[in-house]
Design a protein around this ligand. Structure first.
Ligand SMILES: *Cc1c(COP(=O)(O)O)cnc(C)c1O
Length: 393
């Protein structure tokens, strides 16, 4: 290591990563954000807290997750591909890392209740899971449209003891669920923590969530050394809000690896967005000429967000990470490709990263390049949707 400043460092005192981030919240929420910031800062510097976080992830969360060399796919594409298996974490994705961290912090702050937003339901289910484990009461805000599309996840959350509130404002989807959760938080900060699901929102959330998810990248860097592969040429991850990407990038930010984020073409905030403020942060957003937020559209609900975490906007601006978009039409093929070549059915979100690797093999990815891909989640949740798309009646 040299003495240069770390690439993915702590944001400045205003919570900014370069020109992005910050804390754009109503005055009533400022004390809650400040309380959270100092609680997280203290906890993260406390060895006992960090040990407890790691121990819950080991005993309950399914960590460490393995790295699988994708030999057949590598041969087919002329690459050397390794997969970090977050699909094998408890509840089927990387989301458990963040919610374990935030629920432990909730207890440390002496609070008894968590609230969360959810789109497809994955973050809601993970939050309800961690809340049950730690004995916290849990309320999840979900757009009405999503409660209908994802009724099985509503039932899962209820099985886990959570209450699901259907949000009927705006477009009745994820963006509105975030608004509603923030509105609720203002009224009950004394006993309630808002467990945000990605590296977005006001400071300290983007930083805190990245730190909790950095367990992915730190583990992967160690495992790649143990496999005698070392630093890969490319680290690739799909990007919705950007938490699984930030988590794996964190382990390689100071290395020579090229970092690649893959957005859904219908939610490509870096490729098609412009700077603006949403959900308490300044970042790149899909918006019209009047600053009205545009709806994101993707076959994968987890990438259906009209913005991106502020640290990604910064990494894109300074050129440390690159972002590309994959259209819906390439996603099912990639899901089948990984399923048939490796025996792993990925989530539709994750399939975007696979689709990019397949598309760029021999293009941006030179022959025999070493590629580490973050398999953010498993595809069980998506099989009914995939079946309907493959055999439309
Ligand atoms: C939620 C989710 C994503 C998108 O969220 P990020 O914060 O961008 O990681 C990606 N993959 C899976 C499997 C998810 O559940």
């Amino acid at each position: 290591m040299n003495n240069a400043a770390r690439v993915m460092d702590t944001p400045d005192e205003r919570g900014r990563f370069g020109n992005f981030g910050g804390r754009f919240v109503p005055e009533a929420l400022v004390p809650a954000c400040l309380e959270l910031e100092s609680a997280f800062r203290e906890a993260w510097a406390d060895e006992e807290f960090v040990e407890e976080f790691q121990s819950v992830l080991r005993q309950f969360g399914g960590r460490p997750t393995p790295i699988t060399p994708l030999r057949r796919l590598s041969k087919q594409l002329g690459l050397n591909i390794f997969a970090k298996r977050e699909d094998l974490a408890h509840t089927g994705s990387h989301k458990i890392n963040n919610v374990v961290g935030q629920t432990l912090l909730t207890k440390r702050m002496g609070k008894t209740r968590v609230i969360a937003e959810t789109g497809a339901g994955q973050h809601g289910v993970a939050t309800a899971t961690a809340a049950a484990r730690l004995g916290l009461s849990c309320t999840v805000f979900m757009g009405e449209v999503d409660t209908v599309r994802q009724e099985l996840n509503v039932f899962r959350m209820e099985l886990l003891g959570a209450r699901v509130v259907s949000v009927t404002s705006g477009s009745k989807t994820l963006k509105d669920a975030v608004n509603e959760a923030m509105r609720e938080w203002v009224t009950c900060v004394s006993d309630t923590h808002y467990c945000l699901g990605s590296v977005m929102g006001p400071h300290p959330f983007p930083w805190m969530v990245r730190e909790f998810q950095s367990v992915i990248g730190n583990e992967a860097a160690r495992q790649m050394r143990e496999l005698a592969v070392g630093v890969p040429d490319f680290v690739v991850a799909c990007v919705g809000g950007g938490s699984n990407a930030a988590g794996i990038f964190a382990g390689f930010a100071d290395s020579s690896a090229r970092l690649v984020g893959v957005e859904a073409a219908g939610g490509a905030a870096v490729r098609s967005g412009s700077p603006g403020v949403l959900h308490g942060m300044r970042s790149l957003l899909l918006q019209d000429e009047f600053g009205q937020i545009e709806e994101a559209h993707s076959i994968s609900a987890g990438l259906d967000y009209p913005g991106i975490g502020p640290e990604h906007a910064h990494l894109a601006e300074v050129g440390r990470a690159e972002y590309y978009a994959i259209g819906d039409e390439d996603v099912i093929g990639a899901l089948k490709l990984l399923s048939e070549s490796e025996g792993i059915i990925p989530a539709l979100e994750t399939a975007h990263a696979i689709a990019w690797i397949a598309r760029e093999a021999g293009g941006l990815l030179p022959k025999d390049a070493t590629v580490l891909v973050n398999l953010s989640g498993r595809g069980d949740k998506d099989v009914a949707q995939v079946r309907a798309m493959l055999s439309p009646s």
